[in-house]
Ligand binder design. Structure first.
Ligand SMILES: C[S@@+](CC[C@H](N)C(=O)[O-])C[C@H]1O[C@@H](n2cnc3c(N)ncnc32)[C@H](O)[C@@H]1O
Length: 249
């Protein structure tokens, strides 16, 4: 996969690209990440990327010209062909809220171009003619697209085959199977009198799997009942959930 990031603050990505999971993927050549400074696609003395909004109002708006020049240049194709070869993603609080299912979809792509606006946002013509996807990281506002792009990039890259040591863990973690993950424990078994649930020490894999499923259901029912409605389908799961509800009432 190749990810190209267009930003006025490429240096913000230094940390994300140098620690954690992303540098492992870079080293293994599973992903290539290129940073592009939007100001390199301006032609005036001040490398200006923003201007006052038409109609007045507070703040500045990002100008169309640098984006219209940067995106085809980065993609290596004409504006008309752009959408055939890559997904061009705009980070905006007005976009589709990110979900694991969508991240999985993006992880199957060969080329992603991430646009990171600043100020009050972008000229609407960029949205209308350059973008394939508008992505939000939640119902709150940060001051630029760089942090959302890092969140997005990390969540996509960790799904690429060969990046994580234990890919089986991806199937069990929160949201992958539609539920929140079960509680986890590690050594010591007895920590200041606090003991690990007996079942996890039993070696009975079928019972452990059942316990985990029940805890997953229980946790999801308490914290995210909205998720549960879509998931609980089998008789066995309904039984587990009823048991959970009785136990917690
Ligand atoms: C200060 S915000 C602008 C918000 C814009 N005026 C609005 O009301 O929609 C600057 C930039 O940060 C990014 N941003 C802020 N919050 C975001 C979120 N929740 N998800 C994705 N991007 C976000 C967007 O790229 C946005 O253009």
């Amino acid at each position: 996969m190749q990810i190209d990031i267009v930003t006025i603050f490429p240096e913000m990505f230094d940390g994300a690209l140098s620690a954690g999971v992303i540098p492992i993927a870079l080293k293994k050549k599973i992903v290539k990440v290129n940073l592009h400074n939007l100001r390199d696609f301006t032609h005036d003395k001040h490398k200006q990327v923003d201007d006052a909004p038409y109609g007045g109002g507070p703040g500045m708006v990002m100008k169309p010209e640098p984006f219209f020049e940067a995106v085809p240049a980065v993609a290596g194709c004409s504006l008309n062909e752009l959408k055939k070869f890559c997904r061009v993603i705009l980070f905006t609080p007005q976009g589709e809220a990110l979900k694991q299912k969508k991240i999985l979809e993006f992880s199957k792509e060969k080329r992603l171009i991430l646009l990171c606006p600043r100020y009050e946002g972008i000229d609407e013509r960029i949205r209308e003619h350059l973008i394939t996807d508008e992505v939000s990281i939640g119902d709150f506002v940060v001051s630029g697209g760089e942090f959302p792009a890092m969140v997005f990039m990390d969540s996509v890259i960790r799904l690429l085959p060969g990046v994580l040591g234990s890919e089986a863990s991806l199937d069990e973690e929160s949201f992958s199977n539609g539920l929140l993950e079960y509680p986890q424990y590690t050594r010591p078994n007895n920590f200041m009198g606090l003991r690990v649930p007996e079942i996890l020490l039993s070696g009975n894999h079928a019972e452990i799997a059942r316990w985990r499923r029940q805890k997953s259901l229980e946790r999801t029912a308490k914290r995210r009942p909205d998720l549960l409605e879509k998931i609980v389908s089998t008789k066995e799961e309904k039984k587990l959930l009823n048991k959970t509800e009785k136990e917690s009432s």
